[in-house]
Ligand binder design. Structure first.
Ligand code: ADP
Length: 369
């Protein structure tokens, strides 16, 4: 199919000018797969494709190539080296059997001198190509960034799954021995809890990767019914690491609209971080305050406090400090969970005397009788 040539495009305008040049001296034919020129060569002329298709490609090393552009009938290529007299920046090869008109530098310069309109359309065409290249470059950068984030996620999963997998392996091993019914039940519960943990970590990561993904609906429920068993369970695991988890006030019996799994994750992240910060024996104190329209929860620890180096970026993803396998996702996930519930999260910390993380959850208004 022959292309539509208009005077407004450079190729179109050029093709009209070139009608007289489509003679044997200017015609070039290339078989499919034939290399037309190679990067680094001197470029004395450029080509306007009449039929077929040409690939412009770059060598990436290790015999790998990347196609930068495809030039079809009516379009031109090889013009850069002609205009700036610098060697070819990329290579060209016929993708299909191709016929093109070859124009030398002298011929082009003479044409441009005679036809200022042609020079102008060439400038337009250049700016269009640069824009296209910019878009492609931006797309490539975005894709590379996404892949880098995916890579970091993969390492997060590997790291965060180590602990639950170790607990599961231990409990499974225990279950194969002759043990009491009670120990067996404990092992089963430990396995179920850790599987649940891993599942919720995956959910958080999936959500983190897709910011505009779908949200789980919030359910109105009693905060104390939700928090009492959770804190008891977390207390048993912090005790194993030498840290006592204390309640300064009992969880209040107020109604909050929450996604229970995500708020569990939030508390779990804060408590795990506190245990890490204590790094030995110490204490975590959880406190609740019912204020006007919201519930405030604080988690205070006797650790070393937030390192000054990261205070400004604490809740941003990938901020991690002083941990061998920290991924820096924990607090950014906490912030997202709190904000998705319509609350706020912040920290109060004095280096050397521990840190207190505080967050709020809006209270469900009590229905008037
Ligand atoms: P990660 O735990 O994977 O590093 P987080 O986002 O959960 O990621 O935490 C970021 C950093 O904040 C931690 O690496 C740690 O240096 C600091 N941090 C978090 N919680 C506390 C705390 N309770 N006390 C002191 N530092 C903390």
């Amino acid at each position: 199919m022959s292309p539509t040539l208009t005077e407004s495009s450079f190729s179109g305008a050029l093709a009209l000018e070139l009608q007289g040049l489509a003679d044997a001296d200017h015609l070039r034919r290339f078989k499919a797969g034939q290399v037309i020129f190679t990067a680094g060569e001197k470029g004395d002329g450029f080509y306007v494709v009449q039929e077929g298709s040409v690939e412009i490609f770059a060598h990436l090393g290790n015999d790998e190539t990347r196609v930068l552009a495809r030039i079809g009938a009516g379009d031109f290529f090889g013009e850069m080296a002609v205009l700036d007299e610098v060697p070819r920046s990329a290579s060209a090869r016929a993708e299909l059997d191709t016929q093109a008109i070859y124009i030398t530098r002298e011929e082009l310069l003479a044409l441009l001198e005679d036809r200022p309109k042609l020079a102008l359309t060439l400038v337009h065409e250049f700016s269009r190509r640069v824009r296209t290249l910019n878009h492609k470059y931006l797309d490539d950068i975005l894709q590379a960034e996404r892949l880098a984030v995916v890579g970091r996620f993969a390492s997060t999963i590997v790291h965060d799954f180590k602990h639950p997998l170790a607990v599961i392996a231990l409990a499974a091993e225990l279950a194969t021995r002759p043990i009491s019914r009670e120990t067996q039940l404990k092992a089963e519960r430990a396995i179920a809890r850790q599987v649940e943990n891993m599942n919720s970590m995956l959910q958080e990561l999936i959500e983190f990767a897709r910011p505009s993904g779908h949200r789980v609906p919030l359910t109105a429920q009693s905060f104390s019914a939700f928090a009492v068993p959770l804190i008891e369970e977390m207390g048993s695991s912090t005790t194993l690491r030498g840290v006592s988890l204390q309640l300064a006030t009992p969880p209040p019996d107020v109604v909050v609209k929450i996604d229970a799994k995500r708020v569990s994750r939030l508390l779990y992240n804060l408590v795990t971080n506190a245990v890490d910060a204590i790094g030995g024996t110490g204490q975590i104190t959880v406190q609740f305050a019912v204020l006007d329209t919201f519930l405030r929860v604080s988690v205070a620890d006797t650790g070393a406090g937030i390192p000054v180096e990261i205070v400004a970026h604490l809740f941003e993803p990938f901020t991690t400090y002083g941990k061998a396998h920290g991924t820096g996702l924990g607090l950014s996930i906490c912030r997202r969970i709190v904000e998705d519930h319509g609350g706020k999260i912040w920290v109060e910390s004095t280096p050397g005397t521990g840190a207190t993380f505080l967050f709020t959850l809006p209270l469900e208004p009590v229905a008037s009788p």
